[in-house]
Ligand binder design. Structure first.
Ligand code: DC
Length: 428
């Protein structure tokens, strides 16, 4: 495994250094890219590091979270760490404080009402905290009804963030292409990636839709994403693309290791066109039209059972969800990919209704539908298989909202979900 005596020690030091500087949990694949060592070797070294820290009873530990590794301070040091942060000027900034600060920085002088509008939640207490920390101050009174107080940043803000002047800040377009290109209304723009709710919980600004095959997940998700101007993430397309690649490169569909390696090495890109249809690219080549053949459908359901593949694809999907403003759809969207979505839906339709919809769809596509009873039998059998399968089984999580779409139109279902979303995010 190791070429020379000190190689392991050297690798250990490098991995330790990477983990130390990373902002987010570091996945084994990321280290693999740097070190050119197998995942097994890297995992083994990380395990050893964990064990060393544990044995030495250090003030921190190395934990596995969100599929990666990250240093955490030991819980018995918590009080001191909190004290340390609150006693320094930059202190501990909550997500809310950073949001308000960013809004003021880029819009100053700005009123409380505008800040509330941009964030979509009341920000009075955060503004008071920032005032008390002397990071912002009252600028002047604005125009308009009541002459609202306007806020701006202070010289202490510049000092605390290591800036000479506000000109040192990057132009907002530089790190927010999205905002530059937004044509949405103000209300739609309120939501970025994280939503803090009244109960103090934090959710991703994501609508996750799960449910049995043929329940209308794709149709509903696409329409919903169009209406909300969200990104439509069709997870099934990724399984399909991988299956297409496996067939093209003649990878054995039963060789889990080879398929997992293919998943790791394949840069699958998923985009939306203007109509929010999914566009799939591999190495820049558009393969969207190639992934819906019967052969690919069949292969995708075969490869979707492998843990390794699911892990890599779910991680990619999760990364996309973390950007917020996403409608994610697929078997495991609510359970694995985005359990902290602000809205989780379990979309159902009776097997009879799903069989009817499938017949209609095949006729529209100019294909000969199978006998109705045969189709119904297949659907019921597939439901049973899906419910009982070991990996990513079809289940409704406790906090998912059940929608039976059997007697509803597409727009009725979409409206229902939008209402749920608005209620949850306190927008009327
Ligand atoms: O939704 P679809 O039929 O296009 O999905 C293609 C295949 O991938 C299907 O067999 C189900 C599987 N799949 C999965 O296992 N998990 C997902 N999140 C999405 C799809």
């Amino acid at each position: 495994m190791f070429k020379f005596k000190n190689e392991k020690r050297e690798l250990k030091r490098i991995i330790e250094a990477i983990l130390l500087v990373a902002y987010e949990p570091v996945k084994t694949v990321a280290i693999k890219k740097v070190l050119n060592k197998s995942s097994d070797t890297i995992e083994k070294i990380i395990k050893e590091l964990q064990e060393e820290y544990r044995k030495e009873d250090r003030g921190f530990q190395l934990k596995k979270v969100s599929g990666g590794y990250r240093f955490y301070t030991h819980h018995d040091c918590r009080d001191y760490i909190e004290k340390f942060f609150t006693s320094t000027i930059r202190g501990y900034f909550s997500q809310a404080a950073l949001e308000v600060l960013a809004i003021i920085v880029y819009n100053q002088p700005v009123s409380r009402i505008t800040i509330n509008e941009i964030r979509g939640v009341r920000s009075e207490s955060v503004i008071s905290t920032l005032l008390s920390k002397r990071l912002i101050e009252k600028a002047s009174k604005g125009f308009g009804p009541g002459h609202p107080i306007l806020y701006k940043t202070t010289p202490l803000f510049l000092e605390s963030f290591g800036l000479n002047s506000l000109k040192d800040l990057p132009p907002i377009e530089k790190f927010s292409e999205d905002i530059k290109n937004e044509t949405h209304s103000k209300e739609e723009n309120r939501y970025l990636n994280i939503i803090n709710t009244k109960d103090g919980n934090r959710y991703l600004n994501v609508i996750a839709i799960d449910g049995p095959a043929g329940s209308g997940k794709s149709t509903i998700s696409k329409e919903l994403s169009r209406k909300l101007k969200f990104f439509y993430l069709y997870t099934g397309a990724m399984y399909r693309t991988l299956a297409y690649l496996a067939l093209k490169r003649e990878v054995n569909l039963y060789d889990e290791k080879a398929l997992t390696d293919l998943t790791i090495d394949s840069p699958i890109e998923i985009e939306n066109d203007a109509e929010h249809n999914s566009i799939i690219k591999i190495d820049g080549e558009d393969v969207t039209n190639k992934i819906f053949t019967n052969e690919v459908s069949d292969a995708s359901s075969k490869i979707a059972i492998y843990k390794g593949i699911r892990k890599v694809l779910s991680e990619k999907q999760r990364e996309i969800c973390e950007k917020g403003k996403i409608v994610v759809e697929g078997r495991d969207a609510t359970t694995v990919v985005c359990p902290d979505a602000i809205v989780k839906i379990f979309l159902y339709a009776t097997p009879e209704e799903r069989a009817k919809r499938r017949v209609k769809q095949l006729i529209e596509m100019g294909q000969e539908p199978p006998k109705f009873n045969e189709l119904l039998k297949q659907i019921k059998e597939r439901d049973e298989r899906d419910k009982n399968r070991e990996i990513a089984p079809l289940i409704k999580t406790e906090d998912s909202i059940y929608i039976d779409s059997t007697n509803l139109t597409v727009s009725q279902v979409v409206e229902k979900i939008i209402n749920i979303y608005r209620k949850k995010t306190y927008v009327i």
